[in-house]
Write a protein that binds this ligand. Structure first.
Ligand SMILES: Nc1nc2c(ncn2[C@@H]2O[C@H](COP(=O)(O)OP(=O)(O)O)[C@@H](O)[C@H]2O)c(=O)[nH]1
Ligand SMILES: [Mg+2]
Length: 313
């Protein structure tokens, strides 16, 4: 039986094997994804973003519990660029989420950020497709930061959650990173700590400065205490409200069209690169052009155009 068929039946080992292949950039795995893709488009993707230590994993863990009680199946992708696969944070995530490890309705996968030639955003998209094909209803993607580094989670998530905590000064950082526009839901986690009200007021006044049209989503602000499972039901309600909004406003279709276009553009770029490299590599064409660059006989942009002209004939 083909790997795809097994994955469609929910075979966890087959899925893990394909994911490993994707991380290794194995050609068979990439081929397999072509058939996987045709069985995707059902899952709802929720991005959970925030600085290290704000409580993303704790919150994801709580969300899994609530969604499972509602009989939804869950996929989790944990990405942490600061630690390798066996490193502290991810190991911690594993241990924390272990209570769900015997639950067949939950599939958790950490994504190593090193040694993935295809790029992290491509790998993340592939993981999402595989979990989608496994018929997971909700896919939670935990990632540090947005708009910085390789993974721009807002590009792959239907609902983007940005987590802040009182008194960390990350409010300011987040605003700088342009994260304000990216959040569909703001979570103030560790609301048991001093300064939560203050942070809430800051966020509210920032949102008030933005003029939202009646057909636009105004981000929600939810206070949580993830370790005590407080505010988490409210967060799930906010996620479902946002989902309903996207469906009724036609935003979900638009969002998915944009995402498909983005994936197409990425595929064009990488196919084109492969195609040209394969042909160029047969001679010392690149070396000669590089020599010309060193001697300043040409510039990289013109040299690139020269290559494109040569291969478009
Ligand atoms: N006081 C308090 N601590 C929390 C809360 N949520 C998480 N933590 C703690 O914050 C630390 C970092 O949590 P973690 O989920 O690993 O953060 P991540 O790096 O964003 O995934 C852990 O020690 C958690 O127990 C909360 O609501 N209140
Ligand atoms: Mg974490």
């Amino acid at each position: 039986m083909k790997l795809t068929d097994k994955i469609l039946e929910g075979d966890v080992r087959a899925a893990a094997r394909l994911m490993r292949g994707i991380e290794d950039d194995a050609p068979e795995a990439i081929k397999e994804l072509e058939s996987i893709y045709l069985h995707t488009g059902r899952a709802y993707v929720v991005g959970v973003t925030g600085a290290p230590g704000v409580g993303k994993s704790t919150l994801v863990d709580a969300l899994i519990g609530i969604f499972r009680r509602g009989n939804m199946t869950i996929g989790v992708i944990a990405i942490d660029p600061t630690s390798p696969f066996t490193g502290g944070a991810i190991l911690g995530d594993r241990v924390r989420m272990q209570q769900h490890s015997l639950d067949k309705g939950v599939f958790i996968r950490s994504l190593a950020t090193r040694g993935c030639k295809g790029g992290l955003s491509k790998a993340t998209t592939s993981m999402i497709h595989i979990m989608d094909a496994m018929s997971k209803d909700i896919i939670l993607v935990e990632t540090v930061g947005a708009g910085q580094g390789e993974v721009d989670i807002t590009k792959v998530a239907d609902t983007s959650i940005v987590i802040l905590t009182p008194g960390m000064g990350d409010e300011i950082q987040m605003m700088k990173a342009g994260i304000m526009e990216a959040a569909d839901i703001f979570v103030i986690n560790k609301a048991d700590r001093e300064g939560a009200d203050n942070l809430q007021r800051q966020l509210e006044s920032m949102l008030e400065m933005t003029a939202y049209l009646p057909n636009e989503w105004k981000p929600s602000i939810i206070l949580t205490e993830a370790i005590y499972d407080k505010g988490t039901e409210e967060l799930v309600a906010a996620i479902l409200r946002h989902k309903e909004f996207l469906i009724s406003s036609g935003g979900l279709d638009k969002c998915r069209q944009q995402r498909a276009k983005l994936e197409l553009i990425e595929a064009i770029e990488s196919s084109l690169k492969d195609y040209i490299y394969q042909r160029i590599d047969q001679g010392d064409y690149l070396e000669k052009l590089a020599d010309n660059l060193v001697q300043r006989k040409t510039n990289p942009h013109s040299a690139a155009l020269q290559i494109i002209n040569r291969f478009s004939k």
